[in-house]
Design a protein around this ligand. Structure first.
Ligand code: AQP
Length: 333
């Protein structure tokens, strides 16, 4: 059977290396396989769950599309669209929020991390975000969802919601429970400043991440300043368990190089960090610079980016409006 691939990325500013290695790189491989039908969504409804700058949102949406294409996604072989332009996402989210249980959402760790200590002041949208994500996926009968490791729990919730909807309304297999596609290795890239925190767009310090639009000098500087420990490079993979920063940097190196962690550890075993960092910077510059150049070129081609979205919205709407119509009938509207 063909795989129906669906995944979303929030237009919340510069995409970073974590988004690239955890999601986009995987999107490109899936998109290159003609047996797959791919839908890549710019999830702008998700982007307003936290404080945002309305004047910047439109440009961020375009920049996300530019980043998709610059990373290697072929817009002719996939549907690329923004979520808020297809009304079925909001309608589906409401129906599914009447199916999902509070207890299920209370367990979501991403809400706890993002809301921080002041949960009372977090938006209701941030809390119910995983239900909207379930609607996104289920409207397209998606079979596989490529995401970074941080989204695993939300996908399990999506499966639970689909199964409960089918059971509550006696519609066996109407909503299809999707499979997550999470890479076995390097699926969670950590901050360059703290090996225990994930690399994130919303982290205040720009030194914590490599942005896909970073220039060569910025990349070299960020890697130079990346946190390490005082020991020399590890001798074996076992040692990495106690050394999160070394593990993260070696993971980034391996993922970019398509090599195993073990090979990378062996290559740099016993050397000092500065030698390794030089090679890592070079690899990053070679990989990121062409993407960065292409994003900057595409971002100026506003009409082209808008035409991709317009085309994608039309195609996505055709699929999603049928599904939501059936869903409404099932619940009795
Ligand atoms: N650090 C990461 N390592 C691996 N994968 C990651 N992803 C995000 N961060 C990492 C994956 O990128 C895809 C798009 O993510 P998103 O932008 O929709 O949302 P996010 O997970 O909330 O990303 P950020 O950077 O942490 O954004 P902010 O700071 O705005 O909340 C997803 O597949 C995600 O798994």
């Amino acid at each position: 059977m063909d795989k129906k691939i669906f995944s979303g990325v929030q237009p919340t500013g510069n995409l970073h290396l974590g988004n690239y290695l955890g999601a986009l790189k995987n999107f490109v491989e899936l998109n290159n396989d003609d047996a797959n039908q791919c839908i890549f969504c710019v999830v702008d409804l998700h982007a307003i769950t936290v404080k945002h700058e309305p004047n910047e949102l439109k440009n961020n949406i375009r920049e996300t599309v530019a980043s998709f294409i610059a990373s290697g996604i072929n817009p002719k072989k996939s549907i690329i669209f923004n979520q808020s332009s297809v009304a079925a996402h909001s309608e589906g989210a409401w129906i599914l929020s009447c199916v999902a249980r509070m207890g299920w959402l209370n367990r979501m760790t991403q809400f706890k991390e993002k809301a921080g200590k002041d949960k009372e002041k977090a938006s209701i949208g941030l809390y119910s975000y995983p239900v909207l994500m379930a609607a996104d996926i289920l409207l397209y009968d998606s079979t596989h969802v490529p995401v970074g490791d941080d989204q695993k729990q939300h996908l399990e919730l999506c499966r639970d919601i689909a199964q409960k909807f089918n059971k509550d309304f006696g519609v066996n297999d109407f909503l299809k429970a999707p499979e997550p596609l999470i890479q076995k290795e390097f699926s969670r890239i950590m901050s360059l400043k703290d090996g225990l925190k994930k690399m994130s767009k919303s982290e205040l310090s720009d030194l914590s991440r490599i942005n896909l639009t970073d220039e060569k000098d910025q990349i070299i500087n960020k890697i130079k300043k990346a946190k390490t420990d005082p020991l020399p490079m590890p001798k074996d993979v076992q040692e990495l368990k106690e050394r999160p920063e070394a593990q993260n940097l070696l993971g980034i190196y391996s993922s970019l190089n398509n090599s195993s962690l073990e090979n990378s550890v062996n290559k740099f075993s016993g050397k000092n960090f500065s030698e390794f960092k030089d090679e890592l910077s070079e690899l990053l510059v070679n990989k990121i610079s062409p993407i960065s150049k292409e994003i900057k070129k595409l971002i100026k081609e506003q009409a082209y980016l808008d035409s991709i979205l317009l085309d994608g919205v039309e195609k996505a709407n055709k699929i999603a409006s049928k599904k939501i119509k059936n869903m409404k009938e099932i619940v009795g509207f």
